[in-house]
Design a protein. Structure first.
Length: 78
């Protein structure tokens, strides 16, 4: 099985939270630590990985929602 990294985070808990969101949609994911903590309380950078075939579905689920598309595009009626 081939895995690809879709997000890196500054803290492991953030990557685990994203992993739970993907699990709710039945997308397998794993969290890999990218270093060691110097002492208790330090944040450990982590990478969130999904299977290659689930990459685009995971990216869409974790992308921000554009609620106000018209405001973003700055459309002004004439």
């Amino acid at each position: 099985m081939t895995w690809t990294t879709i997000r890196t985070t500054g803290t492991r808990w953030e990557a685990e939270w994203l992993q739970q969101m993907l699990a709710a949609h039945e997308i397998p994911a794993r969290v890999l630590s990218q270093g060691t903590a110097a002492h208790l309380g330090c944040s450990v950078p982590a990478a969130l990985q999904v299977r290659v075939q689930d990459q685009w579905a995971a990216l869409l689920l974790l992308s921000p929602i554009e609620e106000h598309l018209e405001e973003t595009l700055d459309v002004t009626p004439e």
